[in-house]
Design a protein around this ligand. Structure first.
Ligand code: KG4
Ligand code: ZN
Length: 338
């Protein structure tokens, strides 16, 4: 039969995203962010984010349709993030998605946010090879996965973070350095003028007795705070601190991801999530993969951070795999395991 064009809706945090995908192809997308409203609080305020989704959802869907030069009647299925994420913001997206699916008489699919991050790469580079190692690095997650088939949940967890996620570390240290929220892009920018060897930040969980695929980033935050304290009487060389922190995070992430490929004899590494937009993470992953003979896949930065296209990409995989749609009484799952 004719392929269904999937509308994807994302609202797990501070980005309202809508995207349209069919047959693995991105037709159009739009994203609105409430990031600026959270900046003065130094982090996402769930209540403010939820209200921003209520305001942005319908306009963002309309914008995505316009971007794809499609109309409401072209939507053949609706996919929506059901978790993990903030419960209040997830509920806004799910309610909107249900209303649309019901009114249009099309199937609804619940999507795991992290599956969305992984599928984002397929919109740029085509189907994932089986197997591949996936490093998901975002504001809430740092996970190494062995992926065989995303649509059929054939995913093995190799390791996670013991404490903070990589993006959380960027955001928290940025605060200590007096940089604006969100910290990741701010540190990336500041680091351009800095010397990564100016400060010897630790490389947590890389010792001989540490688990090779487990991460820890809370110690880096403490180390950065101590370094900032030592400069109390002088101006803080923020760009050097930013460059050194970024180097430490990129080093640990790429070292473990490449080691996972080696140990599992996997030829492809996929790096996704907001932190995959980081310039040093991308460059170091490229360098180390080339040296190890591994093919690296990283989505373009706009598909690394939260968006609706990645949710539509999973919905499209589910449709094509013949998966069962979600009932209209489906609920959110804020702490959904992948
Ligand atoms: O995937 P994402 O948009 O949302 C979550 O699912 O968490 O990731 C957001 C995280 C934030 O911590 C943000 O600071 C970080 O990704 N991030 C970056 C960069 N762009 C976004 N971190 C480092 N460098 C960047 N260029
Ligand atoms: Zn995300």
């Amino acid at each position: 039969g004719a392929q269904r064009i999937v509308l994807g809706i994302e609202s797990s945090c501070d980005e309202t995203g809508a995207g349209l995908v069919v047959g693995g192809r991105l037709l159009g997308q739009a994203v609105a962010s409430s990031m600026d409203e959270h900046a003065r609080f130094g982090g996402v305020v769930p209540e403010i984010a939820a209200r921003a989704h209520v305001q942005a959802l319908a306009p963002v869907v309309r914008q995505a349709l316009a971007d794809a030069e499609l109309g409401m009647g072209d939507i053949g299925a609706v996919a929506v993030t059901t978790g993990p994420g903030l419960s209040g913001t997830l509920q806004v997206g799910l309610s909107g998605a249900k209303a649309l699916a019901y009114a249009l008489g099309v199937p609804l699919y619940g999507v795991h946010h992290l599956a969305g991050h992984v599928a984002a790469d397929t919109l740029e580079h085509g189907p994932l090879p089986n197997p591949c190692v996936v490093l998901i690095v975002s504001g809430g997650h740092t996970s190494l996965l062995l992926v065989r088939d995303l649509a059929r949940d054939a995913v093995t967890h190799l390791g996670d973070t013991l404490d903070d996620a990589a993006g959380e570390c960027f955001d928290k240290v940025a605060r200590v350095f007096g940089l604006p929220y969100p910290g990741g892009p701010a540190i990336d920018r500041a680091a351009r003028e800095g010397n990564p060897r100016a400060v010897a930040f630790p490389r947590p969980m890389t010792g001989p007795r540490d688990d090779p695929y487990t991460f820890s980033f809370s110690g880096l935050k403490t180390a950065a705070a101590r370094w900032a304290e030592r400069h109390q009487s002088r101006p803080l060389p923020v760009s050097d601190g930013a460059a050194a922190l970024q180097e430490a995070i990129a080093d640990v992430l790429t070292r473990k991801a490449v080691a996972a490929c080696g140990a599992h004899e996997v030829r492809t590494l996929v790096v996704v999530g907001g932190v995959a937009a980081n310039s040093r993470v991308r460059a170091l992953a490229e360098e180390r993969c080339r040296a190890a003979g591994i093919t690296l896949r990283v989505p373009p930065p706009r598909l690394c951070t939260d968006n609706g296209a990645m949710i539509a990409a999973v919905g499209d995989l589910l449709v094509r795999a013949g998966a069962e749609p979600a009932p209209l009484d489906v609920s959110i799952d804020p702490s959904a395991p992948l």
